[in-house]
Design a protein around this ligand. Structure first.
Ligand SMILES: [Zn+2]
Length: 120
């Protein structure tokens, strides 16, 4: 069990659950708004709108992928909270700085490791 302050952990958990709902809602909207998924729209499209549709479609895919990635990291973080391993660096096993987690609750590495491994 990490020495994470319980109050802070509860705060982060609530935040993550809210984020999870938002991401799921956005993901649904992105899929629904994608013109490629809507046959009615595709049929009624006039000449010249195809490239516009294709652009929106490719943007939906990129945005959808970002949202899916976010959803996965949120799920991982929530699972860790449940297991009591939240806040531990995946690389060195040290406690991740609380400030870092508050700024980025889905962070899986401490500042030192993320600098070393990801050049951030
Ligand atoms: Zn580390």
């Amino acid at each position: 069990m990490s020495n994470f302050p319980k109050k802070t952990l509860e705060f982060i958990q609530r935040y993550l659950l809210r984020q999870q709902r938002e991401v799921e809602e956005n993901l649904k909207n992105v899929i629904e708004d994608d013109p490629a998924k809507s046959p009615a729209l595709a049929e009624s499209s006039e000449p010249g709108t195809d490239s516009y549709m294709a652009e929106i479609h490719s943007k939906s895919i990129v945005f959808g992928k970002k949202l899916t990635d976010a959803k996965v990291s949120i799920q991982i973080a929530l699972q860790k909270i449940k297991k009591g391993t939240y806040g531990k660096c995946e690389h060195c096993g040290k406690q991740i700085e609380v400030g870092r987690l508050l700024a980025m609750p889905t962070a899986q590495h401490c500042v030192a490791c993320s600098k070393k491994n990801f050049g951030k």
